[in-house]
Design a binder for this molecule. Sequence first.
Ligand SMILES: [Zn+2]
Length: 81
Amino acid sequence: MNPLAVLASLLTIGYAAWYILLCSFSPFGPCRRCQGTGHLPGRIIRRLGRPCPRCDGTGRRVRIGRRIAEYVRAEYREGTR
Ligand SMILES: [Zn+2]
């Protein structure tokens, strides 16, 4: 096998493992809409910020990987009753 391909696959596996770990010990990530601040500039008066609707003003959001893991777990539970 091509050593470059081996390196690329190792990197991919390493990243996937890291992401799974990250999702398990820190299921929340920063909200992309408000960049983790929890506030968005107001529509009419910019200085009057409004809470971010996507994260309810917390600035944190459940990671996609965590949501997928929860979905898979729920499906598995439903299917193996
Ligand atoms: Zn937000």
